[in-house]
Design a protein around this ligand. Structure first.
Ligand code: GDP
Ligand code: IMO
Ligand code: MG
Length: 421
């Protein structure tokens, strides 16, 4: 059996959590491969709503194994709070939650460093979620990090103190005051919670599972345009959000990959700073923001909204080797007279479909306009029953990208999903 991947093709928040939950009955294992609690993955099942940050989105299916892979960075406090909430509502799932010993730990001082770095950047700040993601990955690549497996070592506290004192030295360069004593107490409580879980050699666990014909779905966090290599650098996150990140983040060889689901919204959003070629500052942008309830699931920040951007979508499809597309939030376009899609960029009078190295200043999107539809589509169950205008839009995306749109999401609920055969 091969491992499938589901990942975001835009700037995150494409609806990954919802769709992973929908697909999870088809899989034995759901595995997060990168990112950390900067992620906010929302699930809606009837009246029940839940946002996951570290724990994979298969956790509410009692027969599903969930794995936090080695590419993830884990904050023990956030993890402890997530576990406490899930224990109240669906404790069965926690019995089959496994955590890679090689996942790196976010220390309270990583969060302080994140905040200090952002403050020092002033107007050029990244707009980080301030969860300590960047400093933790810096310590990982700098070979200073603490890993989940280290919590079982007798000298763990010494290792912690050593890294913390390194951070304190670094913080002296910034004019930044914090009291981290209370944070530290909570953090060590979180470490105790972590110890009660099954800590695994993730690479053996997942490869053995594949050898036993188990089906695995790797769940991405963030989106391709936030990838550390290929995103709109430096306004990116600090991990590889692309499909190759699932190989390194779980210990799976590329020849064991199966389907690669690429998920995108019918328009675009971005939270935090950085370029956004199709961003809207008018009534259409307001409409998308309010009808789509576009507020960050982790920080509550208002998401910037704009039209769908085909050059970046094609770029993301190329980088990931997408085999199947998933369009979400198509219902949000209902009620618009018309809507637009960027099909190319004009850079200094020259049209291109490629994403340029520096696309901040001179880039003008070239738009194609589509006719909208009026009806509410959230209760529609079959592709054929969708409004003609939406079907034409989907067919246009398929023709342009050469990839089938195999799932259309028409609302936030698990049931508001059309899976095309
Ligand atoms: P993720 O980070 O990719 O998992 O996405 P988020 O959970 O951060 O943001 C997606 C938001 O859109 C959540 O509030 C979802 O409940 C919601 N959502 C997902 N799919 C749809 C859809 O098809 N229509 C509507 N209206 N909302 C959706
Ligand atoms: P999910 O998994 C949307 C953005 C932040 C910021 C930049 C860097 O829910 O799609 P970081 O905290 O990583 O240092 O922030 O990346 N960002 C996200 N935007 N969805 C996310 O995750 C994000 N995770 C980080 O807003 O611009
Ligand atoms: Mg999100």
């Amino acid at each position: 059996m091969k491992m499938d991947i589901l990942l975001g093709l835009q700037w995150g928040d494409e609806g990954k959590g919802k769709i992973v939950d929908v697909l999870s009955p088809e899989y034995d294992i759901i595995a997060r491969f990168q990112g950390g609690p900067n992620a906010g993955h929302s699930l809606e099942i009837g009246d029940f709503k839940h946002v996951l940050h570290t724990i994979p989105s298969g956790i509410f299916r009692k027969d599903t194994v969930n794995i936090i892979g080695n590419g993830v960075v884990l904050d023990p406090v956030i993890f402890m709070n997530e576990v406490a909430k899930i224990r109240e509502i669906a404790p069965e799932g926690l019995k089959s939650l496994y955590i890679s010993k090689k996942a790196h730990l976010i220390l309270p001082s990583h969060k302080t460093l994140d905040a200090a770095s952002e403050k020092s950047k002033g107007l050029t700040k990244i707009g980080s979620t301030l969860k300590g993601i960047g400093p933790t990955y810096m310590d990982k690549t700098g070979r200073n990090g603490l890993r989940v497996g280290d919590i079982m070592c007798s000298d763990f506290k010494q290792k912690y103190d050593f890294l913390k004192s390194k951070h304190q030295q670094l913080l002296k360069q910034y004019d930044f005051e914090v009291d981290d004593v209370t944070n530290e107490e909570e953090w060590f409580k979180g470490i105790e919670v972590l110890k009660s879980f099954q800590l695994i050699e993730c690479e053996y666990f997942v490869n053995n599972a594949i050898n036993q014909n188990k089906k695995i779905l790797a769940e991405g966090a963030q989106g391709t345009l936030l990838d550390i290599e290929y995103g709109s650098y430096p306004f990116v996150t600090s991990s590889n959000t692309v499909s190759s990140g699932a190989c390194t983040g779980l210990g799976i060889a590329p020849n064991r990959l199966g389907k690669i689901y690429g998920i995108f919204k019918s328009y675009c959003t971005r939270v935090g700073s950085g370029p956004f070629p199709t961003e809207l500052f008018d009534a259409d942008g307001e409409y998308l923001q309010s009808k789509g309830h576009e507020f960050g699931a982790t920080t509550g920040r208002r998401r910037r909204c704009g039209w769908m951007d085909l050059p970046t979508l094609k770029y993301s499809i190329m980088l990931n080797g997408v085999t199947d597309l998933i369009m979400t939030k198509s219902d949000v376009l209902s009620g618009m007279e018309s809507f637009k899609v960027a099909v190319a960029y004009d850079v200094d009078g020259i049209q291109t479909e490629e994403v340029p190295f520096n696309y901040v200043d001179k880039l003008m999107p070239v738009y194609k306009e589509f006719k909208g539809w009026k009806e509410d589509i959230s209760k529609i169950k079959s592709f054929n029953d969708l409004p003609l205008e939406l079907k034409q839009y989907i067919e246009f995306v398929e023709k342009e990208t050469g990839i089938p749109v195999s799932i259309v999401s028409v609302g936030p609920d698990r049931d508001e999903t059309i899976i095309r055969k």
